[in-house]
Design a protein around this ligand. Structure first.
Ligand SMILES: [Zn+2]
Ligand SMILES: [Zn+2]
Length: 169
């Protein structure tokens, strides 16, 4: 599969909007409708889809975890994470040498300040940032010291951002 950046962006917007529109009742209904089978590829795929729907929008600020409805996650953040997942599935990101599969089962990580890079959890060094870039807010672009780390868990993806005090509130 090869998709253009424009197509990836359009697909990411669609999936992001869909996630934002899901109510808890929708999630329950989807869980009822989607058959989860034994260890077949289809079973894995539906289980992964359900997991994505259920976990979309968990944010993990330093020291605490909060479970949020996807609609409550800022749109830019939800969109960036969805787009990263889509581009990883399309094989259009650089990965660590372990080449984590978009089909799992291992969790993956990416960061707003290093677009186009997906790494396994052992390869955090690929996402390390230093210098002025380490103090740039990923939401508004402002310089901030200290910068507050936040991780959005979306399906298998841990998506890291750094936020200024105003954007972290
Ligand atoms: Zn790795
Ligand atoms: Zn900011």
């Amino acid at each position: 599969m090869n998709i253009s950046p424009e197509a990836a962006r359009r697909a990411a917007v669609a999936v992001s909007d869909l996630l934002a529109a899901l109510s808890p009742a929708d999630v329950a209904e989807l869980a009822r409708l989607i058959p989860t089978g034994p260890a077949t590829p289809a079973g894995h795929a539906t289980a992964a889809a359900l997991d994505l729907i259920n976990t979309a929008g968990q944010t993990i600020p330093a020291g605490r975890v909060s479970y949020q409805r996807p609609a409550d996650v800022p749109e830019w953040l939800r969109l960036a994470a969805v787009e990263t997942l889509l581009l990883h599935h399309a094989g259009q990101v650089a990965t660590c040498l372990h080449n984590p599969s978009p089909d799992g089962p291992k969790p993956i990580q990416a960061a707003a300040w290093r677009p186009g890079v997906v790494a396994c959890l052992a390869c955090s060094h690929l996402l390390r940032v230093a210098g002025p870039a380490a103090y740039r807010c990923d939401a508004c672009g402002a310089h901030a010291d200290p910068i507050q780390d936040l991780t959005l868990a979306l399906g298998p993806l841990l998506y890291a951002v750094g936020l200024c005090g105003r954007c972290a509130r």
